[in-house]
Design a protein around this ligand. Sequence first.
Ligand code: AMP
Ligand code: GLY
Length: 439
Amino acid sequence: MNVLLIGSGGREHALAWKIAASPLLDAFYAAPGNPGIAEYATCVPLDTRDHEAVVNFCRDKNIDLVVIGPEAPLVGGLADDLIAADIAVFGPTADAARLEGSKGFTKDLCARHGIPTAAYARFGDAAHAKDYVRKHGAPIVVKADGLAAGKGVTVAMTKEEAYAAIDECFSGLFGKGGAEVVIEEFLEGEEASFFCLCDGKTALPFGTAQDHKRVGAGDTGPNTGGMGAYSPAPVMTEEMISRTMREIIEPTLKGMEEIGAPFIGVLYAGLMITEEGPKLIEYNVRFGDPECQVLMFRLKDDLLALMKGATDGQLAHMSARWHDEAALTVVLAAKGYPGAPEKGSAIGGLDQAPEEGVEIFHAGTAVQDGVLCANGGRVLNVTALGRTVTEARDAAYRTLDRIDWPDGFCRRDIGWRAVEREATGKSLSVAAQDQQVAD
Ligand code: AMP
Ligand code: GLY
């Protein structure tokens, strides 16, 4: 199979690493890719906003499958134009990508199908939004309706904070993404990320993870794209997974099919596990970054075969198997992230002999005059497997500490909840959890 992978982050490096291991793979291209991905694929400088250029490239190289990593090209309709040109795509159409592209769309779908989620209201102007906050009080959650690079959500602990967030949304800071706000009930519980591969009709559970969105230790400071993650998520017990499939994922797939927008690709449910059970916080229409890195480490089966199965409507006849071990990834970011990260500093120490079961995935890196340099906010992801989350964490930090990059930083406490659980003996081992699922 000739494959074109779209994207340039740590998520796409992990996908490239896994796709490259497939016996089904022939030629492999990435657009634009990064220096890590270049180890497996030919990186091509295609402008993925220029859909015609992507279609022409696919025709020229006889591409059999396009895998789209990030949300922007999906919401922008790249899959639609490829499908119109008869090129198979792993990733949803623009209509189906509204599950991520419009929080209001998703909330309305949840309301129509009785999918458990926070109570909400949608507003097109600040005055009515503030009236609603005045009436409902804090804590309360304010969200820009559209894509805001993960920065459009404010969990307001006071009414004043909520008012300020509403003004910010309508100030134009998030462009079109802030033309409408969604105001939501504050949910209490533990968060987890749940992934499914979807072929339009069938959803195949595809692993669980927990990520660390805040920039600082102890989950403090501003939100980021994610500073680290681990898999599996201990809160996602067998019962939670089957309730999530039944109460959230299956009605969503059915609802999307009913409106003529069947969902094909990865459906990523951000969940709050509350006392009443799983509630949907949000959907994403792609793998999480850095959650993808830990999922790829635990996946035993051929990713390319599964992606092809999703585009061919064959998932009802397929399964995904997982390694018993836990996986954990730590993000190394450039100082200044998530604000204005400094670019251009040199990174050394990546040529160290890698430990067994550890990989360094590239995100924002570039080679300048033969030297590997930082070229973005999140720069490297050190990913490791271990019998427990604690072991995976220790292996990841051992490798990370041998990387020579004074201009980078990381969180030192990735996995802390799971590590604490393991220390107090409250959690089942990963193998025991998987056994539970198998039972
Ligand atoms: P989102 O971009 O929708 O995932 O929101 C970012 C973060 O805000 C989530 O990961 C949660 O930590 C928090 N959040 C969003 N919605 C809610 C809610 N209704 N209740 C509590 N926390 C929320
Ligand atoms: N790590 C969160 C996300 O990819 O949305």
